[in-house]
Design a protein around this ligand. Structure first.
Ligand code: SAM
Length: 294
């Protein structure tokens, strides 16, 4: 079965043949890290986003640094199964010996702790999944991560498939990374229901890590970005502290107590941008753990 057929079987429509004539938020995110394969429509929208919020590339880098740090933190705490939902493209290696930090992918970090850590990448974008699969093809077979097409709004289908295929087991905790994905799901009820299903499905000891754009620190900048995406026909829904906090149900914070909502650059003390003003993060990061009683 090819990727298009896989998608159709999951209710994910085949990619539009003209998709490259329209901007893609996933490709634009990659541009902030130096990718040079953007199509003119991406470049045009990226320029408009920069006009609306010149710190957008910094916000993306803050998000990605957090992604790598929290993966390391969760692996160091003993979790050896990772589900990277809305994984996005692997990021480009800088030319000419620049900072290799962002060229790391989730499995590069997780497998530093657990050589055979299970890592499943999932995304709704055919091109993202195809690119991840082609990169992963050269990984050692025993620890090779998988990349699957999936719509996080159809969590039941995704999770039952991963379990049936033996890609994840509920016999051990799973770390789920939902980083900068839910803002692309504009329907509040759909976002809440998907994450609630995920929380119920996960075994105790599992962790849920979310980063989510918010207007809370800089309503004007964030509204401007939202308007730019709206004009381009891309739904982008930053949410406030309470709505994001609700995604965690009754789970406890990774560090104990109620779930903390922290500007992304300040969630992990080792974050390289931890001193920047919160409006540059423009997002919250939170990590919660499922208790035996949840
Ligand atoms: C900005 S990228 C985030 C990449 C990565 N998670 C990170 O934090 O660096 C957002 C990704 O979410 C994916 N996405 C958007 N809606 C989705 C959905 N309903 N199901 C699965 N993936 C989705 C997009 O295709 C895109 O690759």
């Amino acid at each position: 079965m090819n990727l298009v057929q896989e998608g159709l079987a999951l209710g994910i429509p085949a990619p539009d043949p003209d998709a490259h004539e329209r901007p893609s938020a996933a490709r634009i995110y990659r541009m902030w890290f130096g990718a040079e394969d953007a199509v003119p429509a991406d470049q045009d929208l990226a320029r408009k986003i920069l006009n609306a919020f010149p710190r957008e590339p910094a916000a993306a880098k803050i998000n990605r640094s957090h992604h790598l740090l929290i993966t390391e933190t969760l692996a160091a705490r003993g979790i050896a199964q990772f589900l990277d939902l809305g994984c996005g493209y692997a990021l480009p290696r800088p030319q000419g010996g620049g900072d290799l930090l962002f060229a790391q992918n989730t499995h590069d970090v997780a497998q530093q702790h657990w050589r055979c850590a299970t890592v499943v990448y999932a995304d709704i974008d055919h091109d993202v999944v195809a690119c991840q699969r082609s990169l992963l093809a050269s990984a050692p077979t025993a620890s090779r991560p998988t990349a699957v097409l999936a719509d996080v709004t159809d969590m039941a289908h995704l999770l039952s498939r991963l379990e049936a295929d033996g890609q994840l087991t509920r016999e051990r905790p799973v770390a789920v990374l939902l980083h900068d994905v839910l803002p692309w799901i504009p329907d509040d009820a759909q976002a809440q229901e998907s994450v609630a299903y995920l929380r119920t499905w996960l075994p105790p000891g599992s962790a849920l890590s979310i980063t989510h754009a918010t207007p809370d620190f800089s309503p004007t900048w964030v509204k401007r970005v939202q308007d730019v995406y709206d004009d381009a026909g891309i739904a982008f829904r930053p949410r406030d502290r309470q709505s994001i906090s609700n995604l965690f149900g009754d789970w406890a914070d990774l560090y104990g107590g109620p779930v903390r909502m922290v500007p992304t650059a300040r969630h992990q003390t080792r974050h390289q941008f931890s001193a920047v003003p919160d409006y540059i993060s423009a997002a919250y990061a939170s990590v919660a753990v499922k208790q035996p009683t949840s």
